[in-house]
Design a protein around this ligand. Sequence first.
Ligand SMILES: Nc1ncnc2c1ncn2[C@@H]1O[C@H](COP(=O)(O)OP(=O)(O)O)[C@@H](O)[C@H]1O
Ligand SMILES: [Mg+2]
Length: 328
Amino acid sequence: MVSVIKVEGVGRDFTVRKKVGRLRRNAFVVTAVTDLSFVVQRGEMVGYIGPNGAGKSTTIKMLTGILVPSTGELTVAGLTPSVERTELARKIGVVFGQRTTLWWDLPLRDSFELLRRIYRVPDPRFRTNMRTFSDLLDLGPLLDTPVRQLSLGQRMRGDIAAALLHDPEVVYLDEPTIGLDVVSKSNLRDFLRETNRERGTTVLLTTHDLDDIEQICSRVMVIDHGRLVYDGGLTGLHQLGGARRTLVVDLVEPAAALELPGAETVRVEGPRQWLSFPADASAAPLIADIAERHEVADLSIREPDIEAVIKQLYTNTSAWSSPPPFVE
Ligand SMILES: Nc1ncnc2c1ncn2[C@@H]1O[C@H](COP(=O)(O)OP(=O)(O)O)[C@@H](O)[C@H]1O
Ligand SMILES: [Mg+2]
């Protein structure tokens, strides 16, 4: 395993001046990120989530070299971002969902041409990449359109291709699916998975859309109030949030609400009943219990809604936001 991103005890403060009364301004310090430590291995696809103002963008800016950490150390592809920013630029790709890195007035094709020169992408590589991206992102019909005339989804496809044109080792995506329709989102996710599989690109993805995480990432980091409060798999995240699964049973005959140990019957509708039980418990004993008492026509299990889990996680974090962070 090769560590591509190493972050150790990183913190970042901002000094903010706020007007007090009519003339005076008081300076105070906002801590955006505190004591952040994690390592990302080559080829990992990591989701980076947290509520607004948690410190996600600040982290990404430090990883690109735009911001210098106040404390701690970090390296990306063996480089110190803020010191070796130009060299790092050749090894990373960045996509900000909220703004474009493309030239607004130029046809998409010309933006790619400019980037090819800026990053000195060898000709054969450039042609291969353009072909691949055109295929996977369906860019062909857009290449001669000025960026300003593209829809948000089309522009995002262009931005992603632009970020990957020079074969970066690491890609940071800050809200790449924001404002995209369902089809564009799904194409984009397919593309990222494919790129990761084919090229071993390391991906760090910030998103509000938890479906992005579920469909792309094998690992999630949750940041809240500048602290890493979770780092692990999705399953662990479910358990951490105290999540519950739901067993939906269709009895052959309607019956009174089932009363079973380890589960709570939360809804009864004719022959159908909904039983809530802890996400980390097995459904097997429950099913056996039910089958012993009633004739069962059908069964299904609903996984916890990750959105609810995260919401709960954010509201619970104050209880365990002091170090060390919870690591699966
Ligand atoms: N340039 C800045 N000056 C002052 N405060 C900032 C600056 N950038 C970020 N912050 C503050 O740092 C915190 C984290 O912000 P940010 O990293 O943008 O969060 P996120 O991307 O998770 O929404 C917020 O409280 C924000 O107001
Ligand atoms: Mg942000």
